[in-house]
Design a protein around this ligand. Structure first.
Ligand code: SAM
Length: 273
């Protein structure tokens, strides 16, 4: 079903409670799609229960359903998540991919569970590219709106000394923690449920792939959390919001450095004065 980015985590969480076959959030060119797989012969009524909870909570959504053979389900699920090389150094892989990455690339293993961030969306990829260009070993990194944890985990694998990852949705922080464990970086990455609170400070590199509205709202808290000279990559918005985001970040003490472009999506890279 087509959902907004803001709804997708909650829709997936509702379906996840009953979809024994798994739930994925797929980032397509047309928008965000949540797919849930229900084993039909074992429990046909389970899907109906989840759909009626959804209809109550999100009456405007129109779910589509169709039966799948198990083989088709397995192949379909996996074909959504081929390995994706990003930038010069990273390769994002699902956990079932056993081929070794080319030696020059750092493998980031991300399970495409209920949280946003499989590595296939343009905003995630631009944030990873901005990170590659600006991250130096030993830096402190903040990932606001971590979703699957992909940016935080990539930062740790590229040499960040300490990474703090926040998400207002506990379903996301749980998935992010599981992914951090699978990548053996949980010792350097803290996955916390919540948002900026004024106590988190002195970050060298900050990442916020959320939405124009949220980036505008947190422009000052992000500046407060940054060291002088820190770099922020802000994304999750389209070309028509770029000037509003740039203006709000400028008011909060951020200076424009670069704009990354992918289709209609934009990533603004700014530096803390
Ligand atoms: C588009 S996803 C980005 C996921 C991942 N960082 C990536 O780049 O693929 C945005 C995430 O931000 C979270 N979020 C939304 N508003 C937030 C806020 N004010 N503070 C922290 N997280 C927030 C959402 O729950 C969602 O998981």
């Amino acid at each position: 079903m087509g959902v907004s980015d803001a709804e997708s985590a909650e829709v997936a969480a509702i379906l996840q409670t009953q979809a024994a076959g798994g739930t994925v959030i797929e980032e397509t060119r047309e928008g965000t799609v949540v797919r849930a797989y229900f084993p039909l012969e074992a429990s046909p009524e389970l899907g109906a229960g989840a759909l009626s909870t959804l209809a109550h909570r999100f009456p405007h959504l129109r779910p589509l359903d169709r039966p799948l053979m198990e083989k088709e389900w397995m192949q379909g699920w996996r074909s959504f998540f081929p390995p994706v090389p990003v930038g010069e150094r990273l390769l994002i892989l699902p956990p079932w991919e056993h081929r070794r990455p080319p030696e020059a690339r750092v493998a980031v293993v991300i399970d495409p569970g209920p949280a946003f961030g499989t590595g296939h969306h343009p905003t995630t990829q631009m944030c990873l590219e901005a990170m590659e260009r600006n991250l130096r070993p030993g830096m402190r990194v903040l990932d606001l709106g971590t979703g699957s944890g992909i940016l935080a985990i990539a930062a740790a694998l590229l040499g960040a000394e300490k990474v703090v990852a926040l998400d207002t949705d506990w379903v996301a922080t749980k998935a992010a923690r599981d992914n951090a464990r699978a990548n053996r970086v949980l010792g350097r990455v803290s996955m916390l449920t919540g948002s900026l609170n004024g106590r988190l400070k002195a970050f060298d590199l900050l990442l916020a792939n959320i939405s124009s509205q949220t980036v505008i709202e947190v422009a000052h808290p992000l500046a407060h959390a940054a060291r002088p000279g820190a770099v922020l990559a802000a994304s999750g918005f389209l070309a028509n919001s770029l000037s509003a985001v740039e203006h709000a970040l400028g008011e909060a003490g951020w200076q424009p450095m670069d704009v990354l472009t992918s289709d209609e999506w934009r990533t603004l890279v700014v530096g803390r004065i």
